[in-house]
Design a protein around this ligand. Structure first.
Ligand code: ZN
Length: 138
């Protein structure tokens, strides 16, 4: 299958909502990436640029699959040829910017000073939350 990927830092052009309403399955579809859920031995998820395909572990709970897929969609959208540490960071930041709605976070900061509770409220992981904070500071 041939595909012509384009650089997609500007996620708003895809008309996808941010925060809890963000759907990485739809995002993958818009990017022309096939997502396959199956048994994986060593990873939770993996992007294969040569096939335009993302594999997601069938052992993960649905909510966790969504977070892992958001990260893998980042690799695909950013045209990463491999998963060197720099790309891992970029994929996390990409995922975090889609999974976290800035307005919701601003509201949370108003009444909740505890990072763990904010992370739980947002439905993300600490790693993704910190990637988001870093990406905002950059
Ligand atoms: Zn990765």
């Amino acid at each position: 299958m041939q595909r012509t990927p384009t650089q997609r830092w500007d996620t708003t052009s895809l008309n996808l909502p941010r925060g809890r309403a963000y759907d990485p399955w739809e995002h993958a579809e818009q990017l022309g990436i096939e997502v396959v859920v199956r048994r994986l031995r060593t990873a939770n998820g993996r992007y294969f640029p040569e096939y335009g395909q993302i594999l997601i572990s069938d052992k993960l709970r649905v909510g966790r699959q969504r977070l892992v897929l958001s990260h893998e969609v980042g690799h695909a959208a950013l045209l990463h040829p491999d998963d060197r540490p720099k790309h891992e960071k970029q994929a996390d930041q990409f995922a975090a910017r889609n999974l976290i709605c800035p307005d919701e976070l601003a509201d949370l900061y108003e009444w909740c000073p505890d990072e763990r509770r904010i992370v739980a409220e947002l439905g993300v992981t600490t790693t993704l939350f910190r990637a988001y904070v870093l990406s905002q500071a950059a």
